[in-house]
Design a protein around this ligand. Structure first.
Ligand code: GLN
Length: 541
């Protein structure tokens, strides 16, 4: 029978529930178990796809094309689980489903209520992941216990505890033990209150993971144990880790969390195998070479807006035993002060995905700088659109070239909408989304990186390279190195006369893992290391 772990959070949000759920997944996989991970988000949007990066951070795209919360990115980076649209549910998606059924007459004669209809729907979403192949489903409840909007989720997991049997269900609560500098004390009261709220809702947590700046003394652990009614050995200390989130699983192992989970869920172990992870951490922490990559974007002050890209750059560094520092450059600053000021000295330049006209001209200038100065360039989705616009304008002499996303009446639409996208008015889930196969031309950088002809990558966009410009681009040295299987859509462009200039229509950052870096990120970092001989050799990080 599939076991269930529910991860809730208390005191404040942003404690890293997603990273902890992912870390627990990694540890349990290490013990030989097959796991699935899932996130519930209490907001009313059906999915985060319609939210901006300021509101929500990165939108993570799954193989099957769901636009989801960025925690699913952590799940895939830490574990072997492959997420799909069943792995991220929101209050909005739950209600949408219940209301659709109500309109179809599926509850004919009944009054539809939060309990049992909404809670049943939530439980169905959890049960859906409990396939015969899955040993353990880890479900994370977003937000914090006590929020009005998370109540139906907390109630649903309480009900499941009774229905599945307490021996098959584990409640892990992530909480904060704040340190008061003035008093030089750490405080357990907020945790007591938050666990109190869980208990009022009918849930006795089995394990507390305590985020803390300072070590928890025995005395503090005893106090938490007494007031929260949790075994002392199940009070797990988690001190802040910096700079690498990939160290979190090790903190949890040191506290014996994996053994406690196995014991409480009556699960066996094949012996803990974390060698691959440990080797990766070893390389990450001991890399001496340091390079600087400029990421030119619009949301640079938010770590989470480009989460998967920042991580993928680190992964590319791991495969080259190199530490990658990211210089976050606001594209608007390039518009005001020129590219040179912000990009000079960088070993590589990356332009991420994005939407809307703001900041585009600064990005196009950044591409020009990379092309002319032979600095390795990696364009992702919008970063490919900017590369095409720049090449059309400055090499093909099509001065007014643009994407119809930014100028609907441009005379040279190098990037434009496909016919089938033109009449779409609905906003949610209507882009070209999810994994699609791509064919790589031989003798190209792309083909060399992947080492195979057919690849699959995830998409999230509406606009495409305009085929009308393929010939002129090729004649000037920008080749299409990746195409859809039917040759209809351009997926990768690359420059011939340049050390490394590759721009892709898809999002490779969603498939990179620290233990299996994406080939394009590895190659981009490798090329960037070779950019100049002035790479700073430092003795320690
Ligand atoms: N705005 C562009 C489009 O919709 C690019 C999207 C992206 O970068 N993800 O096609």
């Amino acid at each position: 029978m599939t076991k269930h772990i529910f991860v809730t959070g208390g005191v404040v949000s942003s404690l890293g529930k997603g990273l902890n759920a992912a870390s627990i997944g990694l540890l349990l996989e290490g013990h030989g178990h097959k796991i699935s991970l899932q996130k519930f988000d209490p907001y009313v949007n059906v999915d985060p796809g319609t939210m901006g990066p300021f509101e929500h951070g990165e939108i993570y795209v799954t193989e099957d094309g769901a636009e989801t919360d960025l925690d699913l990115g952590h799940y895939e980076r830490f574990t072997n689980a492959v997420t799909n649209r069943d792995c991220n549910c929101t209050t909005g998606s739950i209600y949408y489903s219940v209301i659709t059924k109500e309109r179809q007459g599926k509850y004919l004669g009944k009054t539809i209520q939060v309990i049992p209809h909404i809670t049943n729907e939530i439980k169905d979403c959890i049960r859906k992941l409990a396939t015969p192949e899955t040993d353990i489903v880890i479900s994370e409840i977003g937000g914090i216990v006590g929020d009005i909007e998370s109540q139906p989720f907390v109630e649903a997991i309480r009900q499941l505890g009774r229905e599945l049997g307490r021996e098959n269900v584990l409640y892990i609560h992530l909480t904060l033990i704040p340190y008061l500098r003035a008093a030089d004390e750490i405080k357990t009261k907020p945790t007591q209150h938050s666990v109190g709220m869980l208990r009022q809702a009918g849930i006795e947590p089995d394990i507390l993971i305590c985020r803390t700046e300072k070590a928890l003394s025995d005395e503090i652990k005893e106090k938490i144990s007494l007031f929260c009614n949790v075994d002392k050995e199940s009070i797990i200390e988690e001190q802040d880790v910096k700079p690498y989130i990939y160290e979190i699983p090790l903190l949890l192992v040191r506290e014996g969390l994996d053994k406690i989970i196995l014991k409480k869920l009556h699960l066996h172990s094949n012996g803990s195998r974390l060698d691959k992870w440990l080797n990766m951490l070893e390389i990450l922490k001991n890399s001496k070479t340091i390079i600087e990559i400029a990421l030119v974007g619009k949301y640079i002050e938010h770590q989470s807006a480009y989460e998967s890209i920042y991580e993928s750059l680190i992964h590319g560094g791991i495969s080259n035993a190199t530490k990658v520092n990211v210089k976050r450059v606001e594209s608007g600053d390039i518009e005001k002060e020129g590219a040179e000021k912000h990009l000079q000295g960088c070993h590589g330049i990356l332009i991420p995905g994005g939407f809307g006209e703001r900041g585009i001209e600064g990005k196009v200038e950044a591409v020009k700088y990379a092309r002319e100065n032979k600095v390795p360039y990696f364009g992702l989705c919008l970063g490919m659109h900017c590369a095409a616009i720049e090449f059309a304008r400055n090499v093909c002499n099509l001065k007014d070239a643009n994407s119809t996303e930014f100028n609907a009446s441009t005379p040279e639409p190098v990037i434009c909408l496909l016919e089938e996208q033109k009449d779409i008015e609905k906003m949610g889930g209507t882009m070209r989304l999810g994994a699609q196969p791509c064919k790589l031309e031989s003798n190209t950088i792309a083909r060399k990186c992947y080492g195979q002809e057919i690849i699959s990558e995830r998409h999230r966009h509406r606009y495409e390279f305009n085929n009308k410009y393929r010939d002129i681009f090729a004649s000037k040295g920008m080749i299409c190195s990746g195409l859809t299987i039917d040759n209809e859509l351009v997926e990768i462009i690359e420059l011939k006369d340049h050390p490394w200039f590759v721009a892709v229509q898809f999002h490779p950052e969603f498939k990179s893992k620290p233990t299996s870096p994406h080939p394009l990120f590895s190659a981009f970092i490798k090329a960037s290391i070779n950019t100049d001989s002035n790479i700073s050799q430092k003795n320690s990080i």
